[in-house]
Design a protein around this ligand. Structure first.
Ligand code: HEC
Ligand code: HEC
Length: 397
């Protein structure tokens, strides 16, 4: 009996662009997943999403223009073939495929489709919930919530599929005694001399790499940086926040009023009216003689002017995501006097530790500007928040 590999020689199966695509997609998905928990990394998260979409676009073109084993024509198996192959592998009869095997092919098509669904629902969520990106303002905040759920569902399916894909690679590697992961790195597999040889396509790979680097450079150095500079935040930034720790998104310019700023920004930073419902502001002004232990002492016409501004721009206007969500989280009829006691606020801040609250750079929960560089503007953008860290005390010698 001949050994399985007799007469075979190392053959280029995966061209450079396909390998680059594969690892770039894996890395961008992993990075997007890692940055999904904290809103503070949204700029990186969104970049990864756009990159994934662009990569899939490239792969579709490459499925027609690439070398033999990169073409869809070389792995256009039916779902039935995929299941048959799975059964064969389970019973130890699965034939070795130099290119993608039927089950692997099905996984690849599903992965590509899911990557598109994830990017698309991500863009819709970003447009609706954060009012940013390609679909900024196309949909309402509540529709954004729906897209977000679809986004998360698609991500979970993708994670599942990635797990299946990796398991498949491991099983195949063991069954056919070849390191499939390494083949996706160096592109080569053992194959008989009549196997169609792949072309390297170095130029396309370099162009793809440059395009990705160019996109990244533009995104982080130019696109977001410009937005950062558009924010008049430099001077108001609280001590302890390093200026460019993460890149910011800019929020909409909210309604402003000089008289309100003057009367309400004296003892604490102003709280934009969109952070509480109109009935809260009405109650607050009606009871202004006992405002958290102080008497505001405003005359009737000032009270009326300030109140009119606050009522006209209260949470009901839904101008920002926080406005919408605070509006949703306050029970009908309730008129909370503290933003920091609304359900939305407490749930957003539940993970902040007691020692961070007690920091001399924070002192009060109501000191929003300590952590939100755009508190004064009222937008509370995801990218504009950072918990200030007091400098470590100098060691005594
Ligand atoms: C004389 C000082 C003073 C002025 C002027 C003042 N406030 Fe206050 N305000 C306070 C104090 C003190 C607190 C409690 C702060 C804390 O808990 O750290 C407070 C708290 C608040 C809070 C609750 C913050 C939270 O915990 O969510 C809101 C809302 C608020 N003020 C709105 C206003 C508005 C609107 C005006 C203008 C009409 C105004 N304040 C003017 C002293 C003032
Ligand atoms: C000690 C720092 C700190 C203070 C003080 C603070 N916040 Fe925050 N806030 C955060 C952090 C951190 C997050 C992000 C939590 C996360 O990763 O989802 C956050 C999230 C938020 C969000 C959600 C933003 C979004 O779109 O998801 C809003 C709105 C918000 N804060 C409003 C306020 C207001 C209003 C005040 C003042 C009354 C305040 N915060 C005070 C640290 C702080």
């Amino acid at each position: 009996m001949k050994p399985a590999n007799s007469g075979t020689q190392p053959t280029l199966i995966w061209d450079f662009p396909t390998r680059l695509f594969h690892w770039a997609l894996a890395i961008s998905f992993a990075l997007a997943w890692l940055t999904s928990e904290s809103d503070r990394w949204l700029a990186v998260h969104v970049f990864c999403g756009y990159l994934m979409l662009a990569l899939v676009g490239f792969r579709v073109v490459w499925g027609f223009a690439g070398s033999h084993f990169s073409r869809f024509a070389s792995f256009g198996f039916s779902p039935r073939a995929a299941f048959t192959y799975l059964k064969e592998v389970a019973t130890g009869h699965g034939a070795r495929h130099v290119g993608h095997n039927p089950t692997g092919s099905l996984a690849i098509y599903l992965l590509l489709a899911l990557a598109v669904v994830i990017s698309a629902t991500g863009i819709l969520t970003l447009g609706a919930e954060e009012r940013h990106g390609l679909a900024a303002g196309w949909f309402s905040f509540s529709q954004g919530h729906f897209f977000k759920q679809a986004h998360e569902l698609a991500v979970n399916l993708m994670l599942l599929l990635v797990g299946v894909h990796i398991a498949g690679v491991l099983v195949e590697s063991v069954v056919h005694r070849e390191n499939l992961a390494r083949a996706m790195v160096n592109g080569h597999k053992m194959a008989s001399p009549d196997t169609p040889k792949g072309k390297k396509h170095r130029v396309v790979a370099v162009a793809l790499l440059l395009a990705m680097l160019g996109f990244g450079g533009w995104w982080f150095a130019y696109a977001l940086q410009n937005q950062w500079e558009a924010l008049p935040l430099g001077q108001q930034q609280a001590p302890g926040i390093p200026p460019a720790r993460h890149v910011r998104f800019v929020g909409p310019v909210l309604a402003d009023n000089a008289q309100w700023r003057q009367e309400c920004g004296d003892c604490h930073g102003v709280f934009h009216p969109s952070l509480l419902p109109a009935r809260s502001w009405q109650k607050m002004m009606a009871e202004q003689d006992k405002h958290f232990g102080t008497d505001l002492g405003l005359d009737a016409s000032t009270t009326a002017a300030v109140l009119a501004f606050m009522v006209a721009n209260a949470a009901e206007t839904q101008v920002t995501e926080p406005a919408f969500k605070i509006g949703q989280s306050v029970p009908a009829g309730a008129a909370p006097q503290r933003i920091t006691e609304t359900h939305y606020w407490t749930s957003k801040h539940r993970e902040i530790t007691a020692s961070d609250w007690a920091s001399p750079l924070v002192k009060s929960k109501a000191n929003c500007a300590a952590c939100h560089a755009d508190a004064d503007a009222g937008t509370f953008e995801d990218g504009a928040m950072a918990i200030p860290k007091a400098p470590a005390p100098k060691p005594k010698i």
